[in-house]
Design a protein around this ligand. Structure first.
Ligand SMILES: NC(=O)c1ccc[n+]([C@@H]2O[C@H](COP(=O)([O-])OP(=O)(O)OC[C@H]3O[C@@H](n4cnc5c(N)ncnc54)[C@H](OP(=O)(O)O)[C@@H]3O)[C@@H](O)[C@H]2O)c1
Length: 306
């Protein structure tokens, strides 16, 4: 892929898709394309085929998906499995039929077992049961990854899959009904008068990667990664939810924190082994505090929109 290549970014308005576009623009890519959902619902095969026939992209970043936090996954499992299977199936198949040179599929670390060995290596996929609450989403992602491998085996489509950890950054979703833990915390701390109530006891540990670091990882993998096996993307370091809350409080403004221990804590630890992606020469550059600061600045500037 070079700066004259025709690149299609599916999911251009989202957290990940918009970061991939910013990164390609920074690198002076001149032919980066996207299409709005109004013009092309990616669940619709005819629309997707017509778009690929007309746009003829050479490289595809598949960052379009139905994404959400715990509550959304619990309430809309049918939409999570249907939308994700349709979007990825249509795009991967259209990429093959239209001679795409390389496709990068974005999965998620929720493909791994509920109780993995820490840190989570790529080979732990399907070694024990999934977390039940988002299994419809996780199974769609596993199918997308397997479809990339199958199209590579049978049709020689050059397709790779990345499994990122929890992401955050500008263009994140701050809606409390369907957002992830970090943007939800930023919003709660911003809107609280004095006290913020958080679920669990704050002891569980999670890993967070700034989306601009992920966008660079996607770029590096598009250039260098060719294996059939998926590849993890994360910092390889985790923090307790309590430490995360304290960092958000430091950035957004101190409020007292109350832990609602009647609510579940979730899996005790989830952190990825990132040796494989680091061996390609990539590493994360944005610290958690720095990333939360820039995300909060963006949130304040875009408060009306988000
Ligand atoms: N966010 C995370 O923490 C995280 C962590 C690990 C992996 N990932 C993966 O990264 C990828 C992108 O996630 P994200 O966080 O960027 O999600 P997001 O912010 O919700 O963005 C998803 C994008 O997909 C588009 N989209 C959804 N359904 C569509 C449809 N039927 N037709 C056309 N466009 C559609 C959305 O379009 P509209 O803007 O029009 O709605 C949006 O641009 C996903 O595969 C996800 O699994 C995310």
């Amino acid at each position: 892929m070079d700066s004259d290549s025709k690149v299609f970014v599916a999911g251009h308005r989202g957290l990940v898709g918009s970061a991939i576009i910013r990164n390609l623009e920074k690198k002076s890519y001149k032919n980066v394309y996207w299409i709005s959902r109004d013009n092309c619902d990616l669940r619709n095969k005819e629309r997707v085929d017509a778009y690929f026939r007309q746009a003829k992209p050479e490289y595809v970043f598949l960052a379009a998906a139905k994404v959400g936090g715990i509550l959304a996954n619990r309430d809309y499992p049918a939409e999570f499995i249907y939308d994700n299977l349709m979007i990825q199936t249509n795009i991967i198949d259209a990429a093959y039929r239209n001679g795409v040179k390389k496709l990068l599929f974005l999965g998620s670390s929720c493909i791994y077992p509920k109780f993995p060995k820490i840190p989570i290596t790529e080979d732990q996929l399907m070694t024990s049961p999934l977390e039940e609450s988002n299994s419809a989403y996780a199974i769609a992602k596993i199918a997308g990854m397997r479809m990339c491998q199958a199209y590579k085996e049978q049709y020689r489509l050059n397709a790779i899959s990345l499994m990122p950890t929890n992401l955050y950054g500008i263009n994140d979703n701050f809606d409390l009904e369907n957002s992830h833990v970090l943007p939800a915390m930023i919003r709660k701390f911003h809107e609280a008068e004095e006290k913020v109530t958080l679920w669990g006891d704050g002891s569980v540990m999670r890993e967070f990667l700034h989306v601009d670091d992920l966008a660079e990882a996607c770029y590096v993998c598009m250039q260098k990664y060719e294996d059939d096996e998926h590849i993890n993307v994360g910092t390889g370091e985790d923090v307790t939810i309590k430490e995360l809350a304290e960092t958000v409080a430091k950035v957004v403004g101190n409020k007292s924190i109350e832990w609602d221990t009647s609510k579940p804590n979730g899996t005790p630890r989830k952190v990825l082994n990132v040796d494989k992606i680091k061996s390609l020469g990539w590493e994360p550059k944005i610290s958690l505090e720095e990333g939360i600061k820039s995300t909060y600045e963006w949130y304040l500037k875009n408060y009306d929109k988000v």
